[in-house]
Design a protein around this ligand. Structure first.
Ligand code: IVH
Length: 668
């Protein structure tokens, strides 16, 4: 093997090992930085030496943007479900039943967590991952190998050499609580629908078309079932411990149990201890350890007789509805909220629970004064799951959805295909105006220190701010008239406003509250358009040409700029010095407007220096070359361009542009 090949191999082995240390064992040996450097080195070598390509190289874990539908495949062994129960007695009975079915033997049992994610089947051949398939209908599933490869805790190439030549391993893909919270926080900011629980989030993520997005979400996977012809051991437990050595994440909670008393202790321990786990679990699974005994017990049509799931009861409370209120969001959407008699649920007091929209409210058929069941969906967001109809008063009326905005009285509208009613009085309805100011000043947007939600509402109430642009006219003495403001806090708010003039255009665009333009979309639009003026002039075709912008978003942008008060607001923000175009100082301005084009720069310029033009070319995806050739696309010419260059450009028919034309090309 030549030295390049051996370096590539060594880097791949090392990176795989460090990956495992970090994502499976939780005990990294090297710093993130050292890891990144090794990864960069490997990426560079692979780029230079495509002959050593390996589709399972650790560099392939980042995913790609290629979108394609999923191919379906038939499972080698059907993916069955588990019989389940909520009762400890029934688990005990199952133990006794299996023992009677195995005359003369006492069964050894493996206790494990029932992970609440989405099932996955992985096929390995010669120690390498060849395919990942979802459960699907149990018979056939979707091939999601590219997405699964982005999950860092899943080994692409196995350790050791005692694995069967070909085997299947099953497990659960989960989204850890932390990643789930992060994802929902982001979705909330972008006004995207929240995931109800980590299971839905994991399943949704796994089926995404863009594996690069999958890679960013932080999925994890636990394994609990090995299948194949030549398994190394004849017990489930030993096989799982072998799988752990090969590199799979097998939960530390997996334990050998010897009798019913052990089983009961396991249940009572994990009933509470599970709450400390980093991932969601919805129960425990008990399996007969011996594979021979498993074979003897066999399967029913739906599930194995050698296993049973014990499900934890969801924490639920019953409380009385006081009234339903209707919140108006910054974009005018109306959310019904159940206001409840306070009740304790999994350690917190619940007083309000969203009813989401009219359809959900109707499906629950809520009446005045009803007794409602509240559950912590995914254990964080309280959710109304039902009504105790027996407790309903005979004369109770169904709760009706409002037909007019509860704040400004405007008749509500509901667009086709949307679940939510909306107050269309966007420029006159107080909670919408206040909501947009709150959104504008908040941390992810303009990050205006010293002005928070309460101040936004107080400024509105005092008649000092109706739009974000009004904020920039504020004086310290006006702020000091607000409750809670003193000299110093007023100064701080003014400084915060001052500092917000440095916020980059992509965040400003997000801060403007254009319907459907969330954080990520705003960034892409800002980069593609380059400036607010360019964006305002773009038509539907140009807009939908931007990545992630569909017709709904395009129409929303067009409608936004068609509105005079929005345009006034923007002009006043411009006058206040807020950034309305991408600048070159930060990478934020990166576009591919000049992709594939090469430039020669010549002469002296007045609007930017030569170096700045070089940077602008690269920032917009173009290439700088030093001398003119057939392959040159443009000569960017300033004053006093040399006559020889001019002649050469002319003779080759190369376009000569001046700095104004160039800046126009990149939308500046
Ligand atoms: S064993 C033939 N073990 O629960 C039985 N399943 O309701 C194979 N699950 O589809 C499954 N944790 O997605 C098994 N420790 C565990 C599990 C587990 C979660 C899921 C799995 C399965 C479903 C069955």
């Amino acid at each position: 093997m030549d030295s390049i090949a051996s370096e590539i191999k060594r880097l791949r082995d090392d990176l795989n090992r460090h990956n495992h240390k970090y994502y499976v064992e939780n005990s990294p040996e090297i710093s993130d930085r050292e890891f990144d450097e090794m990864m960069k080195r490997l990426e560079a070598l692979e780029r230079e030496h495509p002959e050593y390509d390996d589709p399972l190289s650790p560099t392939r874990r980042v995913g790609s943007d290629i979108t394609k539908g999923f191919e379906q495949t038939r499972h080698i062994y059907p993916m069955l479900s588990l019989g389940n129960t909520y009762s400890i007695e029934e688990v005990d009975e199952w133990v006794k039943r299996t023992e009677t079915a195995l005359p003369g033997l006492t069964a050894e049992i493996v206790g494990e967590m029932k992970f609440d994610g989405t099932g996955i089947s992985l096929i390995y051949e010669h120690g390498r991952l060849v395919r990942a398939v979802t459960r699907g209908d149990g018979e056939k599933g979707d091939v999601v190998t590219d997405n699964v490869m982005t999950i860092r805790s899943i080994p692409l190439v196995l350790n050791g050499d005692d694995w069967p030549e070909r085997f299947e391993i099953r497990g659960e893909i989960v989204l850890p609580w932390k990643a789930f919270d992060r994802l929902n926080e982001e979705r909330e900011r972008n006004e995207e629908p929240l995931f109800a629980n980590p299971r839905n989030a994991a399943a949704g993520t796994l089926k995404m078309q863009n594996s690069a997005v999958v890679a960013s979400r932080g999925l994890d996977a636990y394994f609990y079932y090995l299948l194949g012809e030549n398994l190394p051991y004849d017990t489930h437990y030993d096989n799982m411990m072998a799988a752990r050595r090969w590199g799979f994440k097998v939960s530390d909670a997996m334990t050998l149990l010897h009798d019913i008393a052990d089983v009961d202790r396991y249940i009572s321990h994990w009933d509470t201890a599970r709450k400390e786990l980093p991932v969601a679990t919805d129960g425990l699974v008990f399996k007969i350890n011996s594979l021979r005994q498993q074979l003897n017990l066999g399967f029913t049509a739906k599930s194995p007789r050698w296993a049973i799931a014990y499900k934890f009861a969801a924490e639920r409370a019953l409380t009385r509805l006081r009234f339903v209120s209707f919140d108006v969001g910054r974009l005018g959407y109306i959310t019904p909220v159940a206001n409840l008699e306070p009740v304790l649920l999994s350690g917190t007091i619940v007083k309000r629970a969203s009813l989401h929209n009219e359809d959900i409210m109707r499906a629950l058929d809520i009446h005045d004064n009803d007794m409602l069941y509240v559950e912590k969906g995914g254990e964080i967001i309280p959710k109304i799951t039902g009504v105790d109809t027996d407790a309903r008063q005979p004369d109770a009326e169904p709760v009706r959805f409002v037909s007019h905005c509860p704040v400004c009285g405007t008749p509500l509208v509901r667009f086709e295909g949307e679940a939510a009613w909306m107050c269309p009085n966007h420029y006159g309805c107080a909670p919408q105006l206040i909501g947009r100011i709150e959104h504008f000043v908040s941390r992810r947007m303009m990050n205006i220190d010293g002005i928070g939600d309460e101040t936004a509402a107080a400024l509105y109430a005092a008649g000092l701010a109706r739009t974000p642009a009004d904020l920039y006219d504020l004086r310290a003495d006006q702020l000091m008239m607000l409750a809670g403001f003193g000299h110093r806090s007023a100064e701080r708010a003014i400084e915060g406003l001052e500092a917000s003039r440095n916020v980059t255009f992509d965040r400003v665009l997000f801060a403007l509250s254009i319907p459907f333009v969330g954080e990520t979309t705003a960034r892409k639009i800002a980069r593609a358009a380059g400036s607010i003026d360019r964006l305002a002039s773009m038509n539907r075709i140009e807009l939908t040409g931007i990545e992630d912008v569909g017709e709904k978003i395009a129409d929303s942008i067009i409608e936004y700029f068609a509105n005079q008060s929005n345009r006034d607001n923007i002009e006043r923000l411009r006058a206040a010095g807020v950034q309305l175009e991408m600048t070159t100082e930060n990478d934020e301005g990166r576009t591919d407007l000049l992709a594939g084009k090469s430039f020669v720069i010549s002469g002296i310029f007045s609007r930017h220096s030569r170096d700045e033009y070089k940077k602008l070319i690269e920032l917009n995806g173009g290439k700088n070359v030093s001398s003119i050739s057939k392959k040159t696309d443009y000569v960017l010419a300033g004053e006093n361009m040399g006559p020889a260059k001019l002649e050469k450009a002319n003779s080759l028919g190369i376009a000569i542009i001046d700095e104004n034309q160039f800046l126009e090309m990149i939308g500046q």
